[in-house]
Design a protein around this ligand. Structure first.
Ligand SMILES: O=C(O)CCC(=O)C(=O)O
Length: 213
């Protein structure tokens, strides 16, 4: 029986970090993390529902809202002032103006929560993710010539990562069940705009995940 194009049979040994992935430990100190956590914990998180399944992780979006079911981007609430300094740090890491990181997603991962294999949605460009409170595993995979290449790293609390280039467009990423409560604050640029200045939200769905747990 020939090898399937959609279900590779063999995995490559773990690859080094994908090109376009940059990891930055300790981008904020513990005092700044405590202040952020006080604000973040007071947010009204909403459920993530994908294909009728509610994930264990919960989210709040600022700047823009992206609906996976509708594949549509709409204007969201303003980015709160207490996230501006972190948005500035994220802009420096990504090499863009902070205001270009106009979508901000705050995610709460209770123990055992996951995010399944996906690339971030098509309307978004560069991604900068900041971890708070506890560490998690961060996995990558891509398929090249029917083989799955994999890589994995740990995201420490107060660290940040940048996803651009192949790490953003070729590789999927996921987080397996968390072992302690974790929050992440993810900043994203918008990839492209129509002539009228509105971000386009069409294109191929890039998420292969279900809601996860
Ligand atoms: O929590 C994280 O750092 C990853 C978030 C993520 O991959 C996503 O929201 O698409």
């Amino acid at each position: 029986m020939g090898r399937s194009r959609t279900l590779p049979l063999f995995d490559e040994p773990p690859a080094t970090a994908p090109e376009g992935f940059a990891y930055h430990p300790a981008v904020i100190d513990e005092a700044a993390e405590r202040v952020l956590l006080t604000q973040v914990r007071a947010l009204e998180f909403g459920d993530v529902v994908m294909r009728g399944v509610t994930a264990r992780r919960r989210v709040v979006q600022f700047g823009w809202r992206y609906s996976f079911d509708a594949r549509a981007l709409s204007e969201g609430p303003a980015v709160p002032d207490y996230l501006r300094e972190l948005q500035g740090i994220a802009g420096t890491l990504a090499g863009v103006e902070p205001a270009e990181l106009s979508e901000v997603l705050v995610t709460e991962y209770p123990v055992g929560a996951t995010i399944g294999w996906h690339r971030d949605a098509p309307p978004f460009g560069i991604v900068v993710g900041v971890s708070l409170l506890s560490a998690c595993r961060f996995r990558f995979r891509r398929t090249v010539n029917d083989r799955v290449e994999r890589a994995e790293t740990e995201l420490a609390p107060r660290s940040a990562y940048v996803l651009s280039g192949p790490a953003r467009t070729e590789w999927q990423h996921s987080i397996p069940p968390t072992t302690a409560l974790r929050y992440s604050i993810t900043f994203r640029t918008l990839r492209r705009r129509t002539a009228g200045g509105q971000p386009q939200s069409g294109g191929r769905r890039q998420r292969s995940e279900s809601a996860g747990t």
